[in-house]
Design a protein around this ligand. Structure first.
Ligand code: MN
Length: 253
């Protein structure tokens, strides 16, 4: 039986992780290692400045008082050291992870942590709105997980899957879209007259670029975007090469 590690950033008590784990039980042995509370927008953070506590809630189900990346590290390098997972699935996140937002996402970072540990990983997120249900998303997630387990697995590539709100009409393999940043920072006063701030707060909007993840879910399709961790902008290497000379040790000598 394949071993499937299930994690998320919404925490162990979220509906999305429960539905994902239950659906994956039809595909393999499910092990849940998840944060004990919500860690959305935790990005790729690792906890290095305090001890981490792990609690076994029941067989094959642990909670960690840390980030999604902490969970994957503890799971792969400690809890499942002798029984390494064959695949990591993260989600299903309450809310989409599209375009520029992928760098904030704890859901996707958990999957990237899997890729760093050389384990094929998939992140699942859903645009939640009226009439939404996790059930068809979880069923789809289990089918994709099975396909990845049975097919060619490239552990360096993370699949970022986003579901539309309503029943989906099919699948689009997409690129990341571009977010329009409009919401800014909201300033308020607390009861003692001191200022405090909320980052964001309003619904994000997106450029409707062709072939993007945003376009796909707007059109009622499931979006699958292949991601990799190499953030190098290869085209700029040649353009910046002259800096080796102009800023080099002998510059101006
Ligand atoms: Mn989340």
């Amino acid at each position: 039986m394949a071993r499937i590690l299930v994690t998320n950033d919404d925490g162990i008590y979220s509906e999305g992780i429960r539905k994902l784990a239950d659906a994956c039980r039809g595909v393999g042995d499910v092990i849940i290692v998840a944060p004990d509370r919500e860690q959305s927008a935790a990005s790729h953070a690792l906890t290095l400045n305090r001890p981490l506590r792990v609690l076994e809630l029941q067989k094959n189900e642990w909670i960690v008082d840390g980030t999604p990346s902490d969970c994957v590290n503890l799971a792969v390098l400690k809890l499942l050291k002798e029984t390494r997972p064959d695949i990591i699935v993260s989600g299903i996140n309450f809310g989409p992870n599209l375009g520029d937002d992928v760098t904030y996402s704890g859901t996707i970072s958990a999957a990237f942590e899997g890729a760093l540990l050389n384990i094929p990983s998939i992140a699942f997120s859903a645009l939640v709105g009226e009439g939404f249900s996790f059930d068809p998303c979880a069923e789809f997630a289990a089918r994709l997980t099975r396909l990845v387990l049975e097919g060619d697995r490239d552990p360096n590539i993370v699949l970022n899957v986003n579901f539309p709100t309503s029943a989906f009409d099919g699948v689009r393999v997409t690129r990341l879209g571009k977010r329009i940043y409009t919401e800014g920072v909201i300033e308020r006063l607390d009861p003692r007259g001191r200022k405090y701030y909320w980052i964001g707060g309003e619904q994000p909007t997106w450029h409707a670029g062709e072939g993007t993840d945003f376009e796909a879910i707007q059109g009622g399709f499931v979006s699958i975007t292949p991601l990799h961790l190499d953030l190098t902008h290869h085209a700029s290497i040649a353009r910046l090469k002259h800096l080796e000379e102009t800023l080099g040790p002998r510059a101006g000598a």
